[in-house]
Write a protein that binds this ligand. Structure first.
Ligand code: SAM
Length: 669
């Protein structure tokens, strides 16, 4: 059972007070009103994530921080008479009612009014009067108001609402459109004729539909007409104008459109599922072009280091290491054991044929899960170059022996005081190995082998920490994993010299800058894309990948069997639907401000975006797979494939499973 009270207190401390809301009465009211009672059934577990959530009639319950910000900005005090326009779930009106004397609230959807009224009744909040109607015209019978809050974006502050302010009253309203972006404005009435206006920053709201707002079709309503573009049409038009059609993925010219990103030091290519053929094939085509024509020499993928190290030896025409274990054995195997990726490995191998080591391209794994094989790599390396150090390493890693094969149980064990942690040993082992680099180089070990051993030692140290904190939940283990992946990328670039350039293949959730998605704003999570933007600035290019529908390879549950599932058509408020409705079937959307300022501004507004991982649950898709993002700040560009299909997973068993890939392909060795 979730402890909603505790979650609420935490949300207020972390997301409301933590982000600068100081008004004690606002904080107290937010600590009191049970937001879980205002969200739809099935969404209660997300009630305290500080994000907007979908409610009935295609609307949203506002993000708690924005509710707090608006109430604080309106300076609401005891005894005040307040009007709220756009009552939605009733949550904001409920919070205001804990501070003000009386709240009048208007909502245009009758179904929402009915549900909100039932909530007020059940909670005994009897100082709220609610009705169905067009709130852009206000509620003249009860005017003047000390404060008016508008929870939907208007093209301009409605005249009727300004007129219904008491002298000294404050109107807080989002103004603007999704093209130019909405700004939160506070309008204070100084006297009968004079108003003062303050800008409170950028926000994103559903539109205010009404006589003094937008018309249903997205145009400004006649009585609030200001010359300019209409709302819905211009965003659609911008996307239609900006989307550059791409040829078939297998056509020779497919990747040319991506040449514009080739000046970057790192190009990150995402995917919105771990099981879509088009994403692998398109990323392969783009990577081939970047390697062949633009000097990229590192491919870093969201897979475990030791597994990909086997492939790196293979594509560099080095003999396989003896006693190496089969690779990509853990769930989800289809993520890298698929024909599309196998074909990319085949290409890299032939590209490297006849080149010296320095001009070859390499492939590396960024992820930290395969602790067992990483330990084996360190020991095998030390056995060769420094047997004494190998003996010490065996003792140190012995601490992890009981958990090597199933490290997830390590975290649970160290919660119990009887078990000691292995932290010091693995960190010391990593430090010792890194400190001996020069000696080992003198002993004749080549750079790639040292890199493999050093990175394996780093992985063991990071994985020890990862599994230890995994049991506490929260953002820490995610952040540790993505920080490790980013550090690995930096070590790769460093190890290959100042001229090295990397392509990264990882899920959109790792590639898209987390600061501009629910991950960062609601959950405190960071990712590789964010860290690359922060470290490399314009020298990092983040490309997201998306689709409207088709099929995908995924499982219903963790460790479940892979199935080919139908992907539901994209949600009508999503970025995907915007592309489906307005872009060609294959397209590139360059969203950088330097490339298309109007599109960049328009796509800063919040949109839903679908994230399918290795798990896909179509039945609860909206709750389980959609998040709110600011697309043009999340990604620099978006590669669009309207209809997609599942990857061709390779059979798991050795027998015949490498059919269709080069004989030498090393899976299963
Ligand atoms: N304050 C709400 C809450 O806490 O749940 C947020 C609701 S949502 C962001 C905005 C609401 O404004 C929607 O429910 C929408 O139907 C409503 N709305 C839009 N235009 C309106 C209008 N002219 N009059 C009244 N409500 C309107």
């Amino acid at each position: 059972m979730a402890d909603h009270d505790a979650e609420r207190q935490r949300m207020v401390s972390v997301h409301i007070a933590g982000r600068g809301i100081r008004d004690r009465s606002v904080l107290e009211a937010m600590r009191t009103v049970p937001r879980e009672r205002f969200v739809d059934t099935g969404m209660q577990e997300f009630a305290y994530e500080d994000s907007p959530l979908p409610i009935d009639a295609g609307q949203t319950i506002s993000q708690p921080y924005i509710v707090a910000l608006m109430i604080e900005a309106a300076g609401i005090g005891p005894g005040d008479r307040v009007l709220e326009v756009g009552a939605g779930s009733g949550y904001a009106a409920a919070v205001v009612s804990r501070i003000a004397g009386h709240v009048h609230a208007i909502e245009r959807h009758a179904s929402l009014v009915e549900a909100a009224q039932a909530r007020f009744d059940a909670l005994g909040y009897d100082n709220i009067t609610l009705r169905v109607g067009d709130g852009s015209l206000g509620w003249p019978e009860f005017a003047p108001f000390d404060a008016i809050l508008v929870a939907a974006g208007a093209p301009a502050p409605p005249q009727a609402l300004r007129a219904q302010l008491a002298i000294g009253g404050r109107l807080v309203v989002p103004v603007g459109d999704s093209v130019l972006g909405e700004r939160l404005r506070r309008i204070t009435r100084i006297d009968d004729d004079r108003y003062q206006e303050d800008d409170l920053g950028g926000v994103s709201f559903v539109p205010l539909i009404g006589e003094q707002g937008w018309a249903e079709d997205g145009r400004r309503s006649a009585s609030n007409h200001v010359p300019g573009r209409s709302r819905g049409h211009s965003l659609a038009q911008l996307v239609a104008d900006a989307a550059e059609p791409l040829p078939y993925i297998d056509a020779p010219g497919f990747a040319e459109a991506f040449d514009r990103f080739a000046d970057a030091r790192v190009v990150l290519l995402g995917e919105c599922s771990h099981g879509t053929s088009q994403f692998y094939r398109a990323r392969a085509a783009i990577t081939r072009r970047l390697v062949e024509h633009h000097g990229f020499n590192l491919l870093a993928i969201e897979a475990d280091w030791p597994d990909v190290a086997v492939l790196n030896r293979h594509i560099r025409h080095q003999p396989p290491r003896t006693a190496a274990e089969p690779i990509f054995q853990r769930f989800p195997r289809w993520m890298w054991q698929n024909a599309e990726f196998a074909s990319m490995i085949g290409w890299l191998r032939s590209h490297n044929q006849g080149r010296d080591a320095a001009s070859q391209a390499g492939v590396y794994g960024l992820d930290l899960y395969n602790m067992h094989a990483s330990i084996a790599t360190v020991l095998a390396y030390l056995d060769q170059v420094d047997p004494d150090a190998a003996a010490t390493a065996r003792v140190r890693y012995g601490c992890l022996t009981p958990w090597q094969k199933d490290p997830a149980t390590y975290g649970r064990a160290v919660l119990d005081d009887r078990y000691r942690t292995c932290e010091q040993e693995v960190v010391r082992q990593c430090r010792d190995l890194l400190a001996r680099q020069v000696d080992y180089a003198r002993a004749g070990a080549d750079g790639e082998r040292f890199l493999d051993a050093a990175q394996s030692a780093r992985l063991v140290a990071a994985a020890e920490r990862y599994y230890r904190i995994m049991y506490y939940g929260g953002a820490d283990s995610w952040n540790l994993r993505d920080t490790h992946m980013f550090d690995t990328l930096c070590h790769l670039l460093e190890a290959h010299g100042a001229q090295s350039k990397a392509v990264v293949w990882a899920h959109n959730s790792h590639v898209g800058d987390a600061r501009h998605t629910d991950m960062g704003t609601a959950r405190g999570e960071l990712n590789i894309g964010q860290l690359c933007h922060e470290r490399f600035g314009d020298d990092a290019c983040l490309v997201g990948f998306g689709t409207h529908g088709g099929t995908v390879a995924a499982a219903h549950d963790w460790d479940g069997a892979m199935e080919i599932m139908n992907v539901r058509p994209s949600h009508r408020h999503s970025l995907e639907r915007l592309c489906h409705d307005n872009a060609p079937p294959r397209a590139l959307l360059d969203m950088r401000e330097s490339a298309n300022p109007a599109l960049h501004r328009a796509l800063r507004a919040a949109h839903l975006e679908r994230f399918i991982g290795v798990i896909y649950r179509p039945d609860t898709e909206l709750q389980s797979h959609y998040s709110e993002v600011s697309p043009s700040r999340q990604f620099d560009a978006y590669a669009w494939f309207d209809e997609t299909h599942a990857v061709a997973a390779l059979p798991v068993q050795a027998e015949g499973w490498d059919r269709g890939v080069p004989d030498t392909y090393p899976f299963g060795v």
